[in-house]
Design a binder for this molecule. Structure first.
Ligand SMILES: C[S@@+](CC[C@H](N)C(=O)[O-])C[C@H]1O[C@@H](n2cnc3c(N)ncnc32)[C@H](O)[C@@H]1O
Length: 260
């Protein structure tokens, strides 16, 4: 596992600031792209209660709540939960940490956890054990983590290069190889059925020249709803890179796993 450090004050400061800056999501979820595509697959397979761990501003949670699916969201950032509840008080969302979940054993049939586990500076094994504890045997977990590959090493190099000299650095995210991710899941009592390599935020999106014209000025709220969209040329380049080197030019991997 490789760790990325940035100058933002640590994981809680980073997420706290991010969720303070944007409103709760409007429940719009693009089912053709990450994370909608992956969430939808799980939701098609399960009929029981689902937990969204690390629900953030609520795009996944609100979408399925509006479809009247039994879904509960947790996030360790209280501001994010308050914003979701202010928007829709009927949503089942609460502030909680993944390493200490306030739920019964085997309460959920499915767990969605997009971009959560790699935000933990410590206690990642405990986080997977807690996830397993609240799941029914044979339940499905769909989880994504940051990939340890060339793309993310380049991203980290660019961020370091652009940081003001002397910036104090804190834990940002952990990066995993597929083998490390599978081992964490296996050790917590999961059988991984699939690992997919996904470009949630393409490297080329960092450069304005490759972005879709509606995305030239960065708007996180828009990008979260629509996906990080590239121009036709950016798309062509990114698609070529990812089709030839899928593990090198994705930024995350998504595992689907069964609780055993
Ligand atoms: C990449 S965001 C994903 C948000 C949401 N799932 C989505 O796809 O829009 C990861 C989320 O995990 C939350 N998180 C990080 N560490 C956590 C922890 N220890 N316990 C609970 N949530 C945590 C962050 O606050 C953030 O909202």
């Amino acid at each position: 596992m490789r760790v990325t450090y940035r100058g933002h004050g640590g994981s809680d400061a980073y997420w706290g600031k991010r969720w303070a800056q944007i409103p709760a999501d409007d429940g719009q979820l693009n089912l053709q792209r990450y994370p909608g595509k992956f969430a939808e697959r799980v939701m098609q397979e399960v009929s029981g209660e689902v937990l969204e761990a690390g629900c953030g501003a609520g795009r996944v949670l609100l979408h399925y709540h509006r479809l009247r699916r039994p879904i509960t969201g947790i996030d360790f950032i209280g501001t994010a939960i308050e914003k979701i509840q202010r928007l829709d008080p009927s949503v089942n969302a609460r502030q909680a940490d993944i390493t200490q979940l306030p739920f019964e054993d085997q309460q959920f049939q499915g767990v969605l956890a997009f971009g959560l586990y790699h935000s933990l500076e410590s206690g990642i094994e405990k986080a997977f054990q807690e996830t397993r504890r609240v799941m029914q045997p044979d339940g499905i977990l769909c989880a994504s983590v940051r990939m340890d590959n060339i793309q993310n090493r380049l991203n980290d190099w660019l961020a370091d290069k652009n940081a003001p000299p002397g910036t104090e650095k804190f834990f940002h995210k952990a990066n995993f190889t597929p083998r490390e991710f599978r081992a964490l899941l296996r050790n917590a009592g999961f059988e991984t059925t699939k690992v997919e390599f996904v470009e949630n935020m393409p490297l080329l999106y960092k450069f304005k020249i490759f972005r879709h014209r509606a995305h030239k000025v960065f708007d996180e709220h828009r990008a979260r709803g629509e996906g990080y969209q590239l121009s036709w040329f950016g798309n062509l380049l990114q698609k070529s890179l990812i089709s030839v080197f899928p593990q090198s030019f994705c930024n995350i991997m998504v595992a689907t796993a069964r609780a055993i």
